[in-house]
Design a protein around this ligand. Structure first.
Ligand code: DGY
Length: 317
């Protein structure tokens, strides 16, 4: 039986499934393993079912035991893993696409709604009981008729586009390539990011984190947005330069932000906490029972497919 290290606690049904298939090292206390501990604890293992909280950088990967042949990441994103380092060591890296599209898009829409309609301030006021209805209390931005710029029109971006369109938003997008008309659903393609930003009343960051996209939303790119734009991020914190975004909020260049992901999670930049117009969530993108179950099942299936066939359709390196 292959030995698998599971770095984070999973839902019970998933752990039961793993126990039937593999000799598993579970993490019942859901401890956050340091890189050193991860290397130690993976001794003798054939594979690792990792999470986005595991920093599998070059140094860590180089110190993993030779027995480890697969890193099955329990996420669609894999910015936490140095793919090249894994490839050099002949370690297959896999992810969990598709199963989390709907749940993550729901949070993407929540971020847009929460930021545009001043949900943070509203919740605070309602809880404190210090509000009264008035014609100009917490006036927000209406979505109907606003232009939504989607940066990264993959599965999640497309699903956000579909929902936002039904809310009356006009959809624009920037992607490496133009989509076919079925996937585009009437959205307007911008070959250049600069062009997308100039029409984005609301920006939804949906692209993967990579060397090319780190700090793509920065001081210069934020200046291209219309004054009073709303910036939301459901993808990865690394894509946004926090200092630049907080500065844009301070200057009212940016009206509000809606964020689910951050650099250096869970220690988000304290600058966001000072802003009432920051609608912030603790990385809830895929957090539904259905989705987390499906993600873990897929991460397990990826391991099984790899050990049975030597290949895996969700291989990313
Ligand atoms: C992912 O899979 O990348 C999500 O962010 C997990 O919540």
């Amino acid at each position: 039986m292959k030995k698998i290290l599971v770095t984070r606690k999973l839902l019970n049904s998933n752990e039961e499934k793993l126990k039937k298939l593999y000799d598993v090292k579970l993490n019942s206390n859901d401890e956050l393993y340091s890189q050193k501990k991860l290397i130690e604890i993976s001794q003798g293992c054939d594979g690792i079912l990792s999470a986005l909280t595991d920093k599998l950088d070059k140094e860590t990967i180089n110190l993993l035991p030779d027995s480890v042949k697969i890193l099955s990441n329990f996420a669609v994103g894999f910015g936490n893993i140095d793919l090249e380092a894994a490839k050099k060591r002949n370690i297959t890296v896999t992810n969990t696409p598709e199963v989390l599209t709907d749940a993550t898009a729901e949070i993407g829409i929540l971020l847009i709604l929460g930021a545009c309609r001043r949900a943070s301030e509203g919740i605070e006021g309602a809880r404190a009981g210090d509000w009264k209805w008035s014609a100009n209390y917490l006036i927000g931005k209406q979505l109907t008729g606003s232009r939504l710029g989607i940066l990264g029109m993959g599965r999640i971006g497309q699903k956000i586009a579909r929902i936002a369109k039904s809310l009356g938003m006009i959809i624009h997008y920037h992607n490496r390539s133009k989509l076919n008309s079925e996937k585009e659903q009437g959205a307007i393609y911008h070959e250049k990011l600069e062009s997308l930003l100039s029409v984005s009343d609301v920006l939804s960051v949906c692209c993967p984190a990579s060397k090319e996209t780190i700090n793509l939303i920065n001081k210069d790119s934020l200046e291209l947005l219309p004054k009073g734009a709303v910036v939301t991020n459901v993808a990865r914190g690394d894509i946004v330069d926090d200092e630049a975004l907080i500065d844009a909020l301070n200057r009212r260049k940016v009206y509000a932000v809606g964020l689910d992901v951050y650099k250096n999670e869970p220690n988000l930049n304290p600058g966001y906490l000072k802003h009432k117009s920051a609608f912030i969530l603790p990385h809830l993108g895929s957090a539904t029972k259905e989705t987390r179950t499906a993600m873990a099942n897929l991460a397990i299936d990826n391991i099984t497919e790899f050990f049975q066939t030597g290949a895996c359709k969700n291989k990313v390196n």
